[in-house]
Write a protein that binds this ligand. Structure first.
Ligand SMILES: [Zn+2]
Length: 474
């Protein structure tokens, strides 16, 4: 007999795999969100986090990866009694995840769910984007995937998206989670209509522009570089000013990119947010562009010194450690994702949301260096230099001690296309921009084209050098 015709086979139906009424009560989507946890007192938020954190710990002890990692650090079930104990839990990184996948292919032993059982459920698989080689897979339980859709919908509602909006989704489609997750977010919880063009490789950019015009697109979601590219293709190749589309908002992940040029090109506000392929939207700007509110009923975010692992003071930069509060598949408990950010200090955001805010994502800490106590990323310097089109994007950083006091100085050399015309202005503008972006006063030295090649090795090697730390020689 054909096994697939056997009526006793257990087909795990989506609508029976979680209690939807319970789920939307626990993680309210907009508009209920705005009258509930959005405005909760800090005590209420903390109480909810305590409860969900202890549930997450219980789930963690059921998963082989955490059992091994925690027992290896001398932990026992029940050791962690509440949020105050969070810093006692050993953090882990993507290296631990890679080893887990190597030892237990193909999905590792950190997820606690697997295709086919032992507790069959409809699973979704998506991956990280833009990696070389096989991307890292992530399996999402129906419950987790649904909460992620709600968290994403909160983001867009906070930024002004409305039911009936026509939303061009130019995040890549396929394995990477960005595009597909947005389709679920928009379709299920915003009342807006997702138009899934994907990146330029899926739908040519000219066609995307035509669609914007023909279908009345009034929201565009894309990475900053693609938003810029779209506007320039429209202007330079098609004679179209995208400001005429009257797009109301742009949803993006801005980080250290230059928001202003994108907003000017489109004539619309561009909003920052922070997400990962594993978790969806962790934090998002509201309409006020005033730091990124963390979805605190779903995540605990700690910021720790990358060297010592100690949690830093509010306002200081460090490496983000993620603890999920909503996940039953692949919970993360002190996952050091190596993205660098800091907490906003000062009064609450006037939007009324009491969720704490991250400033922005400054880059990855793998390349981080400390200068005068400030964490600096050569890549942030690079983006800033490249954003100035009078340079060719080539740069080199030198850190050294100067004077009797041994004061640490950062010098940024940048190749300028037309030294005679622009070197003075480039120096002045870049010094100002770098102060804003990396939070440190630098000395910018404009140089001619190809002059940095002996330092960087750009013409000889793909492993380009961007930094000389002379402090180490003394
Ligand atoms: Zn706000």
């Amino acid at each position: 007999m054909n096994a697939s015709l056997d009526s006793n086979v257990n087909y795990p139906w989506l609508h029976k795999s979680f209690d939807i009424d319970r789920l939307v009560a626990d993680y309210p989507p907009p508009p209920t969100f705005f009258n509930g946890i959005f405005r909760a007192s800090r005590d209420e938020v903390r109480a909810l986090q305590e409860k969900r954190f202890l549930q997450t710990m219980k789930r963690g002890w059921e998963i082989a990866f955490f059992q091994r990692h925690w027992r290896g650090a001398g932990m026992q079930p029940g050791d962690i009694k509440g949020l105050d104990d969070l810093p006692k839990i050993p953090a882990y990184t993507v290296e631990h995840i890679r080893k887990s996948i190597e030892a237990h292919p193909p999905f590792g032993d950190f997820m606690g769910v697997a295709p086919g059982g032992p507790n069959p459920m409809p699973l979704v698989l998506q991956t990280s984007g833009g990696t070389t080689g096989l991307p890292r897979p992530m399996l999402y339980s129906p419950h987790d995937r649904e909460v992620m859709a709600i968290l994403g919908a909160r983001r867009y509602a906070m930024q002004g998206m409305m039911p009936g909006d026509m939303v061009l989704v130019a995040f890549s489609l396929g394995l990477s989670n960005g595009g597909m997750a947005n389709r679920e977010i928009l379709w299920k919880y915003t009342g807006a209509v997702p138009v899934m063009t994907g990146g330029g490789a899926t739908t040519p950019t000219r066609r995307q522009i035509e669609i914007c015009k023909a279908w009345g697109i009034n929201v565009v979601l894309a990475f900053p570089s693609y938003l810029r590219h779209m506007a320039l293709v429209a202007r330079d190749e098609m004679g179209i000013d995208v400001r005429d589309f009257k797009v109301r908002m742009l949803g993006s992940h801005i980080g250290i990119e230059d928001r202003k040029t994108i907003e000017e090109l489109w004539g619309a506000p561009c909003y920052d947010s922070y997400g990962t392929h594993e978790n969806g939207t962790l934090a998002t700007e509201c309409k006020l562009q005033n730091g990124m509110h963390i979805n605190e009923d779903a995540f605990l975010l700690e910021i720790a010194d990358p060297e010592t692992g100690a949690v830093v003071e509010d306002g200081e930069r460090g490496s983000l450690h993620i603890t999920t509060l909503f996940r039953d598949s692949a919970p993360q408990i002190r996952f050091n994702i190596n993205d660098v950010s800091s907490y906003m200090t000062g009064p609450d955001c006037p939007c009324g949301c009491t969720f704490r805010r991250l400033t922005k994502i400054y880059g990855r800490n793998d390349n981080m260096i400390k200068v005068r106590g400030v964490n600096v990323f050569p890549e942030a310097v690079g983006v800033t230099v490249a954003a100035d089109t009078r340079t060719n994007g080539e740069f080199f950083c030198i850190i050294e001690r100067v004077g009797e006091s041994g004061r640490e100085e950062l010098t940024v050399m940048a190749e300028v296309r037309d030294m005679a015309a622009h070197s003075g202005a480039v120096k002045e503008d870049l010094e100002r921009r770098l102060k804003e972006v990396i939070g440190l006063r630098t000395t910018v030295v404009p140089v001619g084209l190809k002059e940095l090649d002996p330092h960087t090795g750009t013409s000889q090697t793909s492993k380009v050098k961007r930094l000389l730390d002379k402090r180490k020689a003394t």
